[in-house]
Design a protein around this ligand. Structure first.
Ligand code: GAL
Length: 347
């Protein structure tokens, strides 16, 4: 069934994209960029793809070179993603961008790409360094996970220091729970560790009451927060969420239980998605950490464009010749009203 649908998608893609291909030593008239995302319903990834499409259209207008972008949803299956990459290469994509389903399992994709000499830009879900080094046409675009953890910890520590109301039992200790992203994802492991350590380093003693894995997902986070509220009730003074969607799921649970706002724990997220920023502005979240989706999308497009047009790679600013990381930005409730995302230079 899935295979049939896949063929139909490709047929449409071929009609749309016929005539594109790799051109060597001739002026490039069109390029074709294939993308596979781990889950098209992930809020942050979806918003990053919207930015990518927008910049691709603008780049096309600026350069006069046709830029075809095809985005496929791997829907949580690594084998589906492997097949998608193979098909995109067969269809003549000049470069493939991969948001790995399983960041520890890029081997099939790397082998296929190398065999066909098609560069791969991995993004958002970071593969291990040894894998990235396996071929010189592999790249990574993302952010430094620990930075976001530190900023989230700073936001929480500041809320504790400024707003004594969060220390409900007045024991001078911040009782917290963590809502974690996927097991094994660099942003779950690292954000949790660094946010907690930062709170401690800022001089705020902490006590962990519990944690739950909610896979970046708002509905799952609401369910898990419900359970944690059943278990720990108003002892929870802080909810550290690995992303905004899960922070908002925690808020949904507090609202559904009709807990008065003055009794809410401090809830903090990461991403600065549209809904996340709105919740910081309205004071429901004490803060978030902006994950620069525009910067990452633009960097990925520039790199993909340069690779596809045989451009000068020296014009692309990279660490170790293969990595681009965009900085995070801390957004407290106080900054949120004036905060505007940095946007992408040149677009
Ligand atoms: C993180 C982001 C999460 C989720 C995840 C998917 O960087 O903060 O919200 O999108 O990537 O890999």
């Amino acid at each position: 069934m899935r295979k049939k649908r896949w063929v139909a998608v490709l047929a449409a893609g071929m009609l749309l994209l016929s005539g594109c291909g790799r051109v060597v030593n001739q002026p490039v008239k069109s390029v074709k960029i294939g993308i596979s995302v781990y889950d098209q319903y992930d809020t942050f990834v979806a918003q990053m793809m919207t930015a990518f499409n927008l910049y691709a259209t603008k780049k096309q207008e600026m350069t006069g070179i046709t830029i075809n972008v095809e985005i496929y949803n791997a829907a949580g299956s690594q084998s589906t993603q492997n097949e998608q990459v193979e098909s995109m290469i067969e269809e003549g994509c000049n470069v493939i961008c991969v948001n790995l389903v399983d960041r520890t399992d890029p081997s099939t994709i790397i082998d296929t790409a190398e065999k066909n000499n098609v560069p791969v830009i991995f993004f958002n879900r970071e593969l291990v360094e040894e894998d990235l080094k396996r071929w010189d046409k592999l790249y990574y675009v993302g952010a430094e996970a620990f930075e976001s953890g530190i900023m989230e910890g700073e936001l929480a520590a500041a809320a504790f220091a400024e707003e004594t109301g969060f220390d409900r039992n007045r024991d001078g200790i911040f009782q917290y729970i963590v809502l974690e992203g996927e097991v094994g994802h660099q942003d779950s492991i690292v954000r949790t560790e660094y946010s907690v350590n930062t709170i401690i380093q800022q001089g705020v003693p902490v006590e962990k009451l519990g944690y739950a894995i909610a896979n970046w997902n708002r509905a799952q986070a609401q369910t898990k927060m419900n359970q944690l509220l059943e278990e720990h009730g108003d002892r929870i003074e802080l909810v550290l969420a690995n992303n905004d969607d899960m922070a908002l799921g925690a808020i949904d649970a507090l609202k559904a239980k009709s807990i008065p706002r003055k009794d809410w724990p401090a809830v903090v997220g990461i991403d600065g998605t549209d809904v996340g920023l709105e919740a910081v502005r309205s004071g429901e979240l004490i803060g978030t950490v902006y994950n620069d989706k525009e910067g990452q999308a633009a960097a990925m497009l520039e790199l993909a464009y340069t690779l596809s047009t045989n451009g000068d790679m020296k014009t692309v600013d990279m660490l170790d010749g293969n990595t681009i990381r965009l900085p995070y930005i801390k957004v407290s409730a106080r900054d949120a009203k004036e905060f505007t995302p940095p946007g992408a230079a040149g677009y």
